[in-house]
Design a protein around this ligand. Structure first.
Ligand code: GLU
Length: 497
């Protein structure tokens, strides 16, 4: 396949937030534009006013930007083929609708919705396929004139061939043959003068010079009709490539517009903004989405977007549906987090920590204690949202649910009490408050008291952090600070029976 600069588009309708499936479609188009040095166009297909969801447009733009999928033409930036909102291009569709009627490729249909419904009812009663019977297609000029004169409203329908077949090519699925008799004379212009998806989509792809249409599989069934529309206009169709469906994580059913509950109770959301809010990194998300229906080399899972751009190719996209591998995303995100520089990690974490702990972002950014613990946090989290729980004791006294939490197995309450008291004493007397001194002192103390390290360290950990698992003990104590450590050891001792 040639790699001439491609003009590709992502054409969402503002009828819902950006779904991960939509994001994958946008990404593949964007990759191909970047690979070929072409343009990625964002077009908003907002002709279905009944299904309009007001904040969905902003969500789509924000989500694409968060993923780094910048568009070369489209909303907010314009471009030579604008406007990029279909609602601002109505004249164009009207003009082409009229043109098709003049050319005899389309016709005005005066049947009312009630009449159509009644006929469908009759078809159902006769156990026939329901559909428009094309009666307005065959009206004589006189009958037509009569209807026009009586002021009936009309829609424009495409006059599709009723016999024969067409064969079109899909870059992913190969040649597909379709029987024309299965087609309807689809509506192109509605009675209110607005275009349907079919007309607006085909006119715009032509007007905007789109070379490749890459979109979800659910649109494959529209191609025969679009093929006839291109034919009627006398235009060459772009290259079609229909991306495989994304299935639910369990491999059953298409991933729809609702979050999915896994058997273990975890929730798999479907909107891109959910993933942003859950603490996924955009680079990890992009890497992950690349792998749904496409693979770099069948082996390498972690690769950056530049690598994906240079290797991306449409025929290499798989045709069969694949499940949404939710666990892989968690793993990938952990890998991306561990690869961040300390500065980048701090930048990524601060908004999450601030929101969770209610602490000013500026304060967090410059907190040396937090910086001290950051490398340990980095090793342990798979999502940015998991960090707060690992370091909240830097800012708040722990809540110890039960005194038993302070007492390790095979250890008596008395041993814990003595251990905590002796640790408080020893730490109070330390010459220098540094990690090595803290470690040395506590290890020596365990020996003196004839305790195993864990028998002494775990009560201290719980007393100071409220957790059984936290970053390594000595650096934790260092970060929390001597005064606070001593206070918390005493508070813990008072909890003991
Ligand atoms: N507006 C359609 C959608 O919401 C676009 C389909 C296409 O790309 O042709 O998915």
């Amino acid at each position: 396949m040639s790699d001439k600069p491609a003009r590709v588009r992502f054409a969402p309708s503002p009828t819902g937030y950006l779904h991960v499936g939509g994001a994958r479609t946008a990404l593949f188009n964007w990759l191909y534009a970047r690979k070929t040095g072409g343009q990625f166009i964002l077009r908003i297909e907002d002709t279905d006013r009944n299904r309009f969801v007001p904040d969905s447009l902003q969500d789509i733009l924000d989500s694409l930007r968060w993923l780094g999928l910048d568009w070369d033409e489209g909303p907010e930036i314009g471009g030579p083929s604008g406007p990029y909102f279909q609602s601002e291009r109505l004249d164009e569709y009207q003009r082409w609708g009229d043109w098709l009627v003049e050319q005899g490729k389309a016709y005005r249909c005066y049947c009312t919705p009630e009449e159509l419904e009644q006929r469908r009812e009759e078809q159902r009663a006769r156990k026939e396929d329901t559909g428009y019977d094309r009666r307005c297609r065959w009206l004589t000029p006189a009958e037509r004139a009569e209807r026009e004169a009586s002021g009936l409203s009309w829609v424009v329908r495409l006059a599709v061939p009723t016999k024969g077949q067409i064969t079109f090519h899909d870059e992913i699925r190969g040649d597909i043959t379709f029987e024309n008799r299965l087609l309807q004379d689809a509506v192109l212009v509605k009675s209110d003068g607005w275009p349907t998806y079919h007309l607006a989509n085909v006119v715009d792809d032509h007007d905007m010079g789109i070379t490749h249409i890459m979109r979800g599989d659910e649109w494959l069934s529209s191609v025969p009709l679009h093929w006839h529309l291109y034919q009627a206009f006398g235009w060459d169709p772009p290259v079609w490539a229909h991306l495989p469906v994304i299935l639910n994580p369990n491999g059953q059913g298409k991933m729809k517009k609702r979050q999915i509950m896994q058997p273990d109770g975890t929730i798999v959301p479907v909107y891109v903004h959910n993933y942003r809010d859950m603490g996924f990194l955009p680079a990890a998300m992009v890497n992950f989405l690349c792998g749904i229906g496409w693979a770099l080399d069948g082996e390498t899972e972690i690769y950056d977007v530049e690598t994906a751009i240079s290797a991306f190719d449409i025929p290499a996209i798989q045709a069969s549906p694949g499940a949404f591998p939710a666990e892989k995303l968690d793993w990938m995100n952990g890998v991306y987090i561990r690869n961040l520089s300390p500065e980048a990690l701090m930048i990524g974490l601060v908004p999450f920590l601030s929101a969770e702990l209610g602490i000013d972002e500026e304060l967090l950014r410059h907190d040396a204690r937090l910086q001290l613990l950051l490398p340990f946090v980095q090793e342990r989290i798979k999502k940015l949202t998991e960090a707060g729980n690992l370091i909240d004791y830097l800012y708040f006294d722990p809540v110890i649910a039960s005194p038993e939490d302070l007492v390790p197995r095979k250890t008596t309450v008395e041993q814990v009490r003595t251990g905590l008291a002796a640790a408080a004493d020893a730490l109070a007397q330390l010459q220098s408050w540094d990690e090595a001194s803290i470690e040395q002192t506590l290890r020596a103390l365990a020996d003196d008291l004839d305790l195993k390290a864990g028998q002494l360290f775990s009560p201290i950990r719980v007393a100071v952090t409220g957790k059984a698992v936290a970053p390594p003990l000595f650096v934790t104590l260092l970060a929390v600070g001597r005064e606070t450590v001593l206070q918390r050891l005493l508070a813990a001792m008072q909890l003991l029976p």
